[in-house]
Design a protein. Structure first.
Length: 230
């Protein structure tokens, strides 16, 4: 069976940061502490003990990594992403326009999609980890490590993603103000609401890809394990 590496090329984190940055603004990576230092700040004593236990995780009896499992999970990842993108592209279509335009209506619809993305990607990540624990000691230990990192960083990542709604509000207000949309909500060419929905959709897609990065990493580890066993 021909294996397909599940990792995609691209820079989803940089794309999300670029889309969320102010117009013309730069991503201030060089002003932040190094990655290891920032990561270390998230781990308390209890988290460190959980990490140590994960490094010593033994799991059940080692089994041969099944290529069919990798193929199935990779297909499920692709199907899940495509389904979510389809829903994202429909953002704004079911919102009835009002005069004046209310940002809260668009925000609530956007937050519903964001929660759906978070829940679906979390379920997929859990499923991949569960299947990895039956694929040999190395992958079982990696799945346990990922679980610790996921739990430790959950609050931090949730806080970070919640900031995107503030970016959306700024974009919305800027578009409405610059176009005089409060007076003419049904302009056709250069419709600011259409532009806003496109920006909101792009941010959701970028967030989706960031949330899928851990799943891609786990699947790449599975893929490499399959390749080494052939």
């Amino acid at each position: 069976m021909t294996q397909t590496n599940p990792r995609h090329t691209g820079h989803s984190r940089s794309r999300l940061l670029r889309l969320a940055a102010p117009s013309g603004g730069a991503i201030p990576d060089d002003t932040l502490p190094c990655f290891a230092e920032r990561l270390g700040r998230l781990f308390g004593l209890g988290n460190t003990m959980s990490l140590d236990a994960a490094l010593s995780f033994r799991g059940g009896q080692p089994t041969v990594t099944q290529s069919a499992v990798v193929e199935r999970l990779s297909r499920e990842l692709a199907t899940t992403r495509q389904a979510l993108i389809g829903r994202i592209h429909g953002y704004g279509d079911d919102i009835e326009r009002e005069d004046p335009v209310a940002f809260e209506t668009y925000l609530n619809s956007w937050l519903t999609l964001q929660r759906k993305i978070a829940a679906t990607t979390r379920q997929l990540r859990d499923k991949v980890r569960k299947d990895m624990k039956n694929q040999g000691q190395a992958l079982a230990r990696l799945a346990e490590l990922d679980s610790v990192f996921d739990h430790t960083m959950a609050g931090y990542t949730s806080q970070c993603f919640s900031q995107i709604s503030k970016v959306l509000e700024q974009r919305f207000q800027a578009l409405m103000t610059s176009s005089g949309q409060h007076r003419e909500p049904d302009t056709q060419s250069g419709d600011p609401l259409h532009r806003y929905c496109e920006e909101a959709q792009n941010l959701l897609i970028a967030e989706l890809d960031v949330r899928l990065e851990p799943v891609l990493g786990l699947l790449e580890a599975c893929y490499n394990e399959v390749s080494d066993s052939l």
